[in-house]
Design a protein around this ligand. Structure first.
Ligand SMILES: *Cc1c(COP(=O)(O)O)cnc(C)c1O
Length: 391
């Protein structure tokens, strides 16, 4: 029997180095949405991503909501979204009173761009630069693309589609901080910095964490300025509390940012570990019949945030759900893909276009332990159990 050891799926990798920053927030009293760490964290993100400005927000979800708002997604508009995603990529569409239209995934788990193109070409009418969904009569304003598990989507093709149809592109890069392109038009550019707006998340399970938090980037400085303004209750006057619009309390706190300034310095090391462990898994899983580790896309340097394994019951002997159960029984935390969003109760009435592949991935995929502090020994233990369970 392999060694029994509790191995979590994905946990924060925090360092006591943060204590100095935290002490400073206590001594200075700057614990809320002002303070030096917010500016410092934004600057570090700007220099890491090589962008002019990054705007810190309270969460990835808040950033995506602000993105919808500043891109002009209105009540009764539609936004194209993936069905394979964490639901936070989709809910902000609904916050605006707009409706999501769901797209299938491709074999890289990201949005199927062939289907996206065929939907736009065949199922929509094009009038005066507007895209009207034939089946609902509503205007489609934007596309939300998710770089699933840190695997960079084909932004070159997606941006061409966006330009052709005059649709805004929101990059949900919440899982993809540190992923970038190594070839093509966007060579050297990071996921999140290519679309009209990109959003990152620092939730506890993401590649770096501030407990909770997010960051917005854009090439359009006006959009970022507007997002930043709306995120502080749309206060137009610093003294007299004048508000001409409805805003939100979506600012990051100084305490969150005090974690971020340290975490961002360690991001590249985290990615190195994630890539190393991915390679170890890959070599080992090649020897187990019926398990396949999904690759990350060519022409990219993915952050390797989450590792996905496909389970082929005929060859492996037990099915995906049995494997999940067995792994969790020995305290190795594994989980299936998210439930498809077009099948979630709030979205059952929404249009879902030719969704086929997503169902296959939902039924066969597991994510296995991938923390950036996962040791080589722990990878070996996970692999031993995967061997043990094959029949
Ligand atoms: C984590 C995540 C979000 C939301 O980020 P929060 O900071 O938790 O609000 C959005 N989309 C995807 C795909 C995510 O994985």
């Amino acid at each position: 029997m392999p060694e029994k050891r509790s191995i979590p799926l994905s946990v924060p990798n925090l360092s006591m180095d943060i204590l100095d920053n935290l002490k400073d927030t206590i001594e200075s009293g700057w614990v809320s949405t002002g303070g030096k760490y917010i500016a410092e964290f934004q600057e570090k993100m700007e220099s890491y991503l090589d962008v002019e400005r990054a705007v810190a927000v309270q969460s990835g979800t808040a950033g995506l909501h602000l993105a919808m708002r500043v891109l002009g997604v209105d009540r009764d508009d539609e936004v194209i979204v993936p069905t394979v995603t964490f639901i936070a990529a989709v809910n902000p569409v609904t916050y605006m009173g707009a409706e999501p239209v769901f797209m299938d995934c491709d074999n890289d788990l990201n949005m199927d761009l062939d289907k996206l193109e065929s939907f736009l070409a065949n199922k929509c009418e094009h009038q005066n630069g507007k895209v009207i969904n034939k089946s609902t009569g509503k205007e489609i304003k934007a596309i939300v693309v998710v770089h699933v598990f840190g695997n960079p989507a084909d932004m070159e093709r997606l941006m061409e589609i966006g330009a052709k149809y005059n649709l805004k592109v929101v990059e949900d890069a919440t899982e993809a901080l540190g992923s970038y392109y190594t070839s093509g038009k966007y060579e050297g550019e990071y996921c999140g910095t290519v679309g009209d707006i990109g959003v990152y998340s620092f939730n506890a399970n993401k590649i770096i964490t501030t407990g909770g938090g997010g960051m917005m980037v854009s090439k359009d400085q006006d959009l970022l300025e507007k997002a930043s303004f709306l995120g502080v209750q749309a206060k137009t006057d610093p003294w007299y509390y004048k508000h001409d619009e409805i805003g939100y309390n979506y600012r990051m706190t100084n305490i969150q940012a005090a974690y971020g300034t340290d975490q961002i310095d360690r991001l590249e090391d985290f990615i190195i570990t994630k890539i190393k462990n991915y390679k170890l898994y890959k070599e080992a899983l090649a020897e187990i019949d019926g398990l396949t580790l999904l690759p990350f896309n060519q022409g990219t340097r993915s952050n390797h945030w989450f590792y996905s394994v496909m389970v082929d019951q005929d060859k492996y002997g037990i099915d995906r759900d049995q494997l999940l159960q067995k792994l969790n029984d020995v305290n190795i935390q594994a989980r299936p893909l998210w439930g498809l969003i077009h099948q979630q109760k709030p979205y059952l009435e929404n249009q879902a276009y030719q969704i086929e592949k997503a169902q296959y991935y939902v039924e066969h995929l597991i994510n296995i332990p991938c923390s950036s502090n996962l040791t080589e020994e722990e990878v070996e233990i996970v692999v031993e159990w995967l061997k043990e369970f094959s029949q």
